[in-house]
Design a protein around this ligand. Structure first.
Ligand SMILES: Nc1ncnc2c1ncn2[C@@H]1O[C@H](COP(=O)(O)OP(=O)(O)OP(=O)(O)O)[C@@H](O)[C@H]1O
Length: 264
């Protein structure tokens, strides 16, 4: 990531109102090409809503948004965006194979009613390889674990060949081997120059990949800067066996959003 790379996301004074309540307020956020940004913050602080606004899924009540330098109103390059929503199961009850789910990620690339091309098939195979599920391609999604299903959704986003990824808590409820597989897939993407915006409560194996952390509280940005070791500072703790030894941060480190003098 270079500090002067082109902005791929530019939100100015962004606000989202849900059910009459401001959920995202006065957010300025610029993400540059190749950056790996994590969005942190307490439950309900507006992280998912902000990400949905950045993908165009939630309209802004005010402010302006540009993607790849194009104002949202005239943006058409949807294939450049990959979005992995929060807690979405890849299994729908309808028996569908892993490969079919991933292939659906090519739809923004294909012309209406055209058959999958050789390029489509190659992209699906490659995406499955990146997330380490090539050997499960023919299996029904319902037979996979939650963590594997999450990887299927990432492969689906990958298959479209986007260069800007939004992932909403991809590691929530995912066991460590799957978190590591996810971290490998995201590291591959990041090395290839993709821009990544990741919502998470717990970085785990993703921590070394992060360039920058943005912290939300009550819908506002209260920190935007280098990643900090805030593993104890989310206000809710996740105690897993694999966490042992990761809470040895310096006792003076206080979460920036918990410092009274730092509130915006
Ligand atoms: N459709 C909706 N209508 C009204 N309020 C909503 C709606 N969706 C979300 N909210 C509220 O907006 C606030 C922000 O929600 P959001 O899911 O963006 O937060 P979050 O930071 O992603 O939280 P979490 O970590 O729990 O996923 C919450 O208080 C939530 O209850």
């Amino acid at each position: 990531m270079t500090p002067h790379a082109d902005p791929v996301v530019e939100l100015r004074d962004g606000a989202v109102v849900l059910g009459g309540r401001p959920v995202v307020r006065q957010v300025d956020l610029t993400v540059r090409a190749g950056e790996f940004v994590t969005l942190l913050g307490p439950n309900g602080s507006g992280k998912s809503t902000l990400v949905r606004a950045l993908t165009g899924l939630r309209p802004l009540a005010r402010g302006s948004l540009s993607l790849f330098g194009t104002p949202m109103g005239s943006f058409r390059d949807w294939h450049r965006l990959g979005y992995v929503p929060q807690r979405a199961g890849a299994a729908s009850g309808v028996p569908v194979s892993v490969r079919e789910v991933v292939a659906s990620g090519r739809l923004t690339r294909r012309r209406v009613l055209s058959l999958p091309s050789r390029a489509d098939r190659a992209a699906v195979t490659e995406a499955l390889e990146v997330v380490g599920l090539a050997d499960r391609a023919k299996d029904s999604v319902g037979t996979l674990s939650g963590g594997q299903q999450q990887r299927v959704l990432i492969a689906r986003a990958l298959a479209g060949g986007p260069d800007l990824f939004f992932l909403d808590e991809p590691t929530a409820g995912v066991d460590l081997p799957n978190q590591e597989a996810l971290a490998d897939a995201l590291a591959t993407l990041s090395r290839s120059g993709s821009t990544i915006v990741l919502v998470t409560h717990e970085l785990g194996p993703l921590a070394p990949l992060v360039d920058r952390t943005v912290v939300l509280r009550d819908g506002r940005v209260v920190y935007d800067g280098p990643p900090l070791d805030l593993s104890d500072a989310h206000g809710h703790h996740h105690h897993h066996d694999h966490d042992a030894g990761r809470h040895d941060h310096h006792p003076d480190v206080v979460a920036p959003w918990d410092r009274e003098d730092h509130r915006l």
